[in-house]
Ligand binder design. Structure first.
Ligand SMILES: [Zn+2]
Length: 202
């Protein structure tokens, strides 16, 4: 039986999602087709809402429903610490763990010369700007522990070196090649606790 173009279009859209191959897209499309109308519409409403309501914080580049985001706007967060991450997903991991009480800075990626990601494509200039504004005592670099994450950390440490700010890198609690996003709370807490001074000469 030939499938309707409407149904094919849904499969095609789902197939564009990361990690969803043709087979999974078909399975999800059938699930949506069979599910109650209200359930399917609640999914489309949720998709619409993230695109309409979520904004990027102009200070830390976290995703939030307000600008500045609730973390930047919270006076009880330690203003002297900035924890640098690649992605908002990493902030979510630290917040879930409840181990960090300073502010954040999202790079929106990591250096990857082979994929054409250069320093100017990341929010490094904005980070330097925040440090130059004063009041920041420590920048904790929490890029992922792999080759690109390490190269990114080193580049940032070099840029911050002339400024009077302590630069640290989270500890070895996170396994090499592991992803912060999937690191459990205890390991993440230990990695933060075990952070070490990070000098570009090292
Ligand atoms: Zn923010």
């Amino acid at each position: 039986m030939k499938r309707s173009p409407t149904f094919e279009a849904l499969i095609a859209e789902l197939g564009k999602l990361p990690g969803i191959g043709r087979k999974s897209a078909e399975r999800i499309a059938y699930h949506i087709l069979k599910s109650p109308k209200e359930e399917a519409f609640s999914l489309t409403r949720a998709i619409r809402a993230v695109k309409e309501k979520i904004v990027v914080c102009s200070l830390c580049f976290n995703l939030a429903e307000t600008d500045p985001c609730p973390i930047c706007a919270d006076p009880s967060r330690n203003q002297g610490q900035i924890l640098v991450v690649e992605d908002p997903k990493d902030i979510a991991a630290f917040e879930r763990a409840g181990v960090y009480h300073g502010r954040y800075h999202v790079l929106q990626g990591r250096l990857a010369p082979l994929r054409g990601v250069a320093p100017e494509n990341l929010r490094i200039r904005e980070l330097i700007g925040r440090v130059k504004e004063g009041g920041v005592k420590e920048v904790i670099i929490a890029t992922n522990p792999d080759v690109e994450g390490d190269a990114t950390a080193l580049f940032i440490a070099r840029m911050l070196d002339p400024l009077s700010v302590e630069v640290t890198r989270i500890g070895l609690g996170v396994p090499m090649g592991g992803s912060l996003e999937y690191t459990d709370s205890i390991t993440l807490g230990k990695a933060l606790e075990g952070r070490k001074n990070f000098k570009p000469s090292m």
